[in-house]
Structures are given as C-alpha cells and as structure tokens.
Design a protein around this ligand. Structure first.
Ligand code: ATP
Ligand code: MG
Length: 568
C-alpha cells in the first residue's frame, strides 16, 4: 500500500477526552473516529487490524470444528419474551419498533436467535454435538460507554453456541473452547489469564473469563502465587482464618454521639476494624435485606445478589435504611432488628467474637456482642471481597490481585434457553430431550484496544506481528529528488509485495522525521530506510520497532531477511 493512496490520519496532540492509552493511540494513529457516544467508525488502518483479529479467531474456531453462521442484528421481541429476558434485561437492551409498531431489539447477544434456529433445524441426537459461531455487530446501551472501542455501545463480538444431548458432551466442547481460546490469545501475542467467573445475566452453570492483564482493566482478578487458582474478584474466595476461641464477654451499650463510620467507631472505642461488624442495607429486586460483614471488609455485591437469589441489587438510600430498620445509617446492628427482615452474615463476620455493632438507636452502639449468645446467628454466606495476601482456597499459597480486561467469556448454559424455547431433539431411544447448551464469546473489537494496552511506548503502538496492519514500513529518503532512490524503492516494494509481505510504502513528499514519527505511532513492527548513501554501498537500513535495534542489509537479501523475521 502506498501512503499517497491510503488514509493515514495521524494526529500529534493527545485527544482530551481519551482516558486510557489505547483510546488515545487509536485516535492519534487514525484507526477509529467517534460518531457518537460508544459508536465508532473503523478507518482503513484500524480495520486492517480488526480483520486480522477476526481471521485468527475464525481460523481457530474452524479448527475446533465450529460452523460459521451469520444471524440478524435485529431480533423480534417475541423470542425474548419466550426466554423471559425481554423484562429482565433492563436498559442495556435497545428496544425498537418497526412501521407496524411491532417490537424488536438490537441484539446484545444471540442465545434466543440461535436456539430458535436450532429447534427448527436439529431433529436427532445424531446431529449432536454441534457448535455454531458468528462474528457480528452487537449493541448494548452501556451505562458508561468509555475507553473507545473497549467499552463501546456498538461492538464486534465472536459468539458461539453449542448444543448437546447431555452434560458430559457439553463439558467436552467447553474444554475444547477453553483450549481454543488459549490458542487464540497466544496467537494474538497477548499476555492473558483464564479465570473462574460469575455467570451474570446470561445465567447458567459454570464459566471462565479470559483476561488480558493490564493496569487499565476494569476487572480485578485474584490469583494464587502457588497453584493455578484464578478467579474474578466478583466471585473469588479465600480460606477463612482459623476461628479464635476467645472468652465471651458481657455485652454493653455505649453512647457514640455522631459516630457513624467504621473508622470513627474504631477510634472512639479503641478497637480494631476486625472487631466491628458493620451493616449494609440493600434493595435486592426491590426487596430490602441487611448484610453484616467485618468492618475491614467490602461487601461483594455479586456474591450478595447470589446469596439472596436476586437479579438486581443496589445499596439502600438513607431514607430506605431508616424505614426498613428503624435506625439511621451508621447505627444499624443485628440486635433487635425487625424480625421480618432478611438478614445474612458473612462467614468471616460470623466467626467474630465480642464485636461492636450499631444498637438500632441513634448515637448508640453495642460492644462485646456475640452470635448465638446475644443474637441468634442469621443465615451465613460468603459475601465479602477477597483481599491481597489472603490464603488461597485450594493450597497454602497466597492471593495476588491484578487488573484485567475481559476479552473472552465461556459459559455452560445447561438448559436455561433450550428449556424456555422448548428446543428438543430425539435421543437414542427416540424420546424428545431438551438439548443442553454452552456459549462462548470473544470481544473482537475490544481485543484491538487491549493489544495496544499491552504493547506501546512513548512513540506509539508496537503491534505484535500477527495483527499488525502492515508488516513493514518502506521509507525512501528524499525520493522526490533522487531518481536512484525512487527506482530502488519501487523495485523493492514490488518484490516485497510479490513475496506476500504487507508493506506500507511512504511515497509522500515528507521529511524523514515526519515519516519516522508516523510509522512509530501506528506501530509497524519493521522499518526499512532507503537512501542515497546506502545505495552507494548496496544496503538498506533495517530497524525493529519493539527493540529499537537494527542493522544494514544487502539489497539483494532484503526479501529473504524480512520473510525470516515474519516467520519467527
Ligand atoms: P463486561 O463485563 O465487560 O460488560 P460482559 O460480561 O457483559 O462484559 P459478555 O456478555 O460475556 O460480556 O460478552 C462477551 C465478550 O464481549 C466480553 O468478554 C467482552 O470481551 C466483549 N464485550 C462485552 N461488552 C462489550 C462492550 N460494551 N464493548 C466492547 N466489547 C464488549
Ligand atoms: Mg457487560
């Protein structure tokens, strides 16, 4: 490709509204342009990278025996009503009406559509297992679209759905997808980690997320420094410390005027945060519930929702806390709460002796409360978030926490959708059986941004070879003044192209500095500089973007040399 014929829209200034490096660099390199919040146009440079990611994903899915399909982006409401998600999905679902006032949505995911297709197409167990995938545009009306294509509203996903006669067959395909995803992210040149994950609103049995490790990641992932335990902090667990066998003291009510926070309580009462049991009032599916956790801990809202079997969960407003418990925020405690309230105590807080907590009365707390002595022990569940350094649940190692960007997610759905949509097939005995399903997503457009998060420097992007928009930047110096340079550059360009190498040939009338800066910004892995002096010696100057090292190469050897670099 000649730069003179290519829309190279590089920008020097860092765009003001781009918070993360990948978003800044994608705009500066001229890969994407914003149309509206969460909606982006892929310019030619960006699209070349996106297509390479797609190609790797497609190749590996095909290798794993999945069959490609393409489903409509617009989906009829009736299917979503059949699965029950029309009402559950909430504001992320973009609902639209056609000219006949029929309701549709713009698909955020395709479980309903594929299940509808398969219930019509597959009749017999002999056609199973089967795995279908597509690479397609999704729309989710995200609360906070941000970081460019990383959390967009319209984005490209590879989604796959597998169908089985039984769970054993699902497990096989699930394991195959797990290893296929590992191959994909390895091919893409990314540092990643597979972690145990929550099944979220799609629902189902077990699930793993694939995370690209990067400080800008929106997710926190916990992993053991010794064994291979790794989980999203949304569901990570740690081993409980051994319970202490402290003597029970007599409870005492103390005045604590204006003392509402755990810090204030600890200072005034001269006790550690671990000895404080704090209350957190929530509204789960619009019903109130109270959680009690240690003062030093954070309530994990995902675990909390699971503990209640709720779909939505939010912290209660101050007025709701008062209405529900009879006490204002800061003074709610387990003793003498209204008996009808749902109360859950975290497993660690349940082990605490002689603790302090609110007295359900303004400006009063109890000290030396004990479960089972002063207050009956409520339902116990693990609802806290793990912290760095805690013990691994599987071995004697300790947990570290790092940030990750979720680029893939695999689920064992079970019969959630096939049951609702009555997707059955005949088993060996000729009996109609509800099919078992798995689903497997990859954020194709998000991968482009995550790759940049892991591969950049002060000059710009450094593409891994597998997804670079071009392999080589061919930069002739002052070609417009030198016939020799032009002739040699044109010849080399033809030879490299003929060898299947993707070359960006900078034939602009630009100063060398401008060319170098542009090629570094857009991240081309290899650079070849051709000038009068080199021609005198019969060499070209070669440089690697990642290591910033290079050497002179004989003109006759360039093609073979570049081929060798690219097949490394
Ligand atoms: P997240 O927690 O980041 O919102 P999710 O759990 O909603 O992701 P899935 O429903 O599992 O995502 O979708 C499959 C993949 O699609 C994700 O792993 C992610 O890589 C990608 N993805 C999801 N939402 C977006 C988005 N708003 N923009 C870009 N990619 C996305
Ligand atoms: Mg989401």
């Amino acid at each position: 490709m000649r730069v003179s014929r290519f829309l190279l829209s590089t920008v020097k200034e860092t765009p003001a509204d781009a918070e993360v490096i990948s978003h800044q660099l994608m705009l500066r390199a001229g890969m994407i342009r914003k149309l509206a919040a969460g909606l982006y146009t892929w310019l030619p440079l960006g699209l070349r990278v996106l297509r390479k990611v797609e190609a790797i994903v497609r190749e590996e899915m095909d290798r794993a025996g999945a069959q490609e399909v393409l489903m409509p982006a617009v989906q009829p409401a009736e299917l979503w009503q059949e699965s029950g998600r029309w009402n559950q999905y909430g504001a992320e679902l973009l609902r639209i009406k056609d000219r006949h006032h029929r309701e549709f949505c713009f698909g955020p995911t395709h479980e309903e559509v594929i299940t509808d297709v398969i219930r019509r197409e597959i009749r017999s167990y002999k056609q199973l297992p089967a795995n279908f995938y597509q690479i397609q545009t999704k729309f989710r009306d995200e609360t906070r679209p941000r970081f460019g294509v990383m959390r967009a509203r319209e984005f490209i996903m590879k989604d796959a759905y597998s169908f089985h006669l039984d769970l054993a067959s699902l497990q096989e395909t699930y394991d195959l997808m797990h290893s296929t995803y590992s191959r994909i992210f390895t091919c893409l040149g990314l540092q990643f980690r597979a972690v145990e994950a929550d099944t979220g609103s799609i629902g189902g049995r077990s699930s793993h997320e694939f995370h690209v490790l990067a400080d800008s990641g929106e997710d926190a992932i916990a992993f053991c420094d010794t064994c291979d335990y790794a989980a999203n902090v949304e569901m990570a667990v740690s081993r409980l410390p051994a319970p202490s066998h402290e003597a029970v003291r007599a409870k005492e009510k103390v005045t604590t005027p204006g003392i509402r926070t755990v810090d204030e309580q600890a200072t005034m009462l001269g006790i550690s945060h671990e000895r404080i049991v704090k209350s957190i009032v929530v509204m789960a599916d619009d019903k109130p519930a109270v959680f009690f956790i240690c003062g030093s801990d954070d309530l994990n809202t995902i675990k909390a929702a699971h503990a209640l079997g709720a779909i939505t969960l939010r912290l209660a407003e101050a007025a709701e806390v008062l209405a529900v418990t009879g006490a204002p925020v800061g003074f709610v405690g387990p003793l003498n709460l209204p008996a009808t309230l749902t109360v859950i105590v975290d497993s660690q807080a349940a082990q605490t002796h002689n603790f302090s907590s609110g007295a359900n009365q303004v400006d009063y707390h109890w000290i030396n409360l004990n479960w089972g002595v002063d207050v009956p022990l409520p339902t116990v569940a693990d609802v806290r978030s793990v912290c760095i350094g805690e013990q691994c649940p599987r071995c004697d190692g300790h947990l570290s926490i790092r940030r990750g960007i979720e680029v893939g997610h695999i689920f064992q759905l079970g019969t959630k959708y096939s049951q609702a949509l009555n997707a059955t097939c005949l088993d060996e005995q000729g009996k109609a059986t509800v099919m078992t399903m798995g689903c497997y997503g990859i954020g194709v457009s998000r991968i482009v941004a995550s790759a940049i998060e892991q591969n950049n420097d002060a000059q710009g992007i450094i593409w891994p070879n597998s997804i670079a928009p071009f392999h080589v930047a061919l930069l002739p110096m002052n070609m417009h003044k030198s016939y020799r340079v032009r002739e040699a550059a044109e010849k080399l360009y033809d030879e490299l192209c003929a060898a299947g190498i993707e070359v960006l040939f900078d034939d602009r009338k630009e100063r060398p500095g401008v060319m170098f800066a542009d090629m570094e910004l857009i991240g081309i892995p290899y650079r070849l500089v051709l000038g009068e002096r080199g021609l005198d010696e019969g060499v070209i100057e070669y440089k690697e973007r990642r290591t910033n090292t290079g050497q002179n190469i004989g003109l006759a050897d360039v093609v073979a040399f570049m081929q060798a670099q690219l097949t490394q």
